[in-house]
Design a protein around this ligand. Structure first.
Ligand code: CIZ
Length: 352
């Protein structure tokens, strides 16, 4: 039961002391977040992990690509552990290296020598896709810095290939001033199927990978209209992985860190309709009883893979560490680490 798990986790933490750091992503449930030494989005947590050199073990309560990023940025002696190896990300899985290379070859063949394509991958992607960007003059972005990264990419080249999230790419491109008719969607399962595919690619300034977040796809404009009819002074705050029309109908949009900042700095009595994962929205509502905060999806939308991190898995991996056994380690090979770092460091240089 919960108390028993609390006791086991506390005992293992006490034994491991400074050698252990537990990271909790904002989308984790409260039963996990309460054990986290640090909370954050994927990027902030990966950086925190890298900064905590005393920690030999980084237990990442999040999903697989996040643990990989922590491994890429961490020191060689640090081991990154994902409590449940089945905690993946369906969006990250919508692009794999073979498909991205096929797309890249097709685009470069079609557009020729001066295609000027800059690959940009969202943080929510496998490490080998980050490495692909590093090797090919590209970069990583997060949902917080996507506008800055797009601006950088257009200073390096003429076109952007954005993967794996179509919606973050489109929402960011539109704000940057790229028109919808200057974007085209690349479906890796059926590329070049449309009759005008070649013309569309030749005209495109952004080629958007056909990938999406199942949780953020649950939000729609009707939910926003209903919330506005019920509470005329409501503020609608959505994540940029939502569809274009949802972002257009919102008052504000941004990453999890942005959403948290907006709410933390709002005056008492502010009403929010939020479109992102339910555990984060419920936590914000609990932590800010002086405001009225609810999730726009009435059915409730947890991220099913984030949910795969259960306290029992956490207890299991921690007790194994106490016994000197590392289980469920996420380890990225050296070559991939090198090039993924190149892409991540390009992004970091933009923030500096
Ligand atoms: O990058 C992350 O942590 C995710 C999944 C979303 C966000 O907006 O922070």
């Amino acid at each position: 039961d919960g108390e028993e798990l609390d006791r086991r986790i506390a005992a293992a933490r006490a034994t491991l002391g400074e050698r252990l750091v537990i990271l909790g992503h904002h989308y984790q449930r409260d039963e996990i977040i309460k054990y986290a030494d640090y909370r954050g989005d994927s990027f902030k947590l990966a950086q925190l992990a890298a900064g905590r050199k005393a920690a030999d073990y980084i237990v990442f309560c999040g999903v697989h690509f996040m643990a990989e990023s922590a491994d890429v940025l961490s020191a060689p002696h640090q081991k990154v552990i994902l409590p449940n190896p089945a905690a993946g990300c369906s969006m990250a899985d919508m692009a794999n290296i073979a498909e991205v290379e096929e797309c890249w070859d097709t685009l470069t063949e079609l557009l020729g020598e001066d295609a000027g394509i800059i690959p940009v991958t969202y943080m929510n992607s496998a490490a080998n896709l980050k490495a692909f960007c590093g090797r090919n003059g590209g970069v990583v972005c997060t949902s917080s810095n996507a506008p800055k990264v797009i601006d950088w990419a257009f200073k390096q080249g003429k076109r952007v290939l954005f993967f794996p999230d179509e919606h973050l790419g489109r929402n960011t491109g539109l704000r940057y001033g790229i028109r919808e008719d200057q974007m085209t969607v690349w479906n890796p399962k059926d590329p070049m199927s449309s009759e005008n595919a070649e013309e569309e690619i030749e005209r495109a300034r952004i080629i958007l990978w056909k990938g999406y977040c199942t949780t953020h796809m649950r939000f729609n404009v009707q939910q926003i209209e209903k919330a506005r009819a019920e509470y005329p002074d409501i503020k609608i705050l959505v994540h940029p992985e939502c569809r274009r029309e949802v972002v257009d109908a919102a008052d504000l949009f941004g990453s999890t860190e942005y959403i948290i900042q907006q709410i933390e700095h709002a005056p008492a009595g502010t009403k929010w309709g939020v479109a992102t994962e339910i555990n984060l929205v419920h936590r914000l509502a609990k932590e800010h009883p002086e405001q009225f905060i609810f999730c726009l999806d009435p059915i409730v939308c947890p991220c099913s893979t984030m949910y795969r991190i259960h306290p029992a898995y956490l207890a299991w991996v921690l007790e194994a560490l106490v016994d000197g056994e590392v289980i469920n380690q996420v380890s990225v090979d050296e070559e991939t680490v090198h090039w993924a770092r190149v892409a991540l460091e390009r992004m970091l240089a933009l923030a500096a």
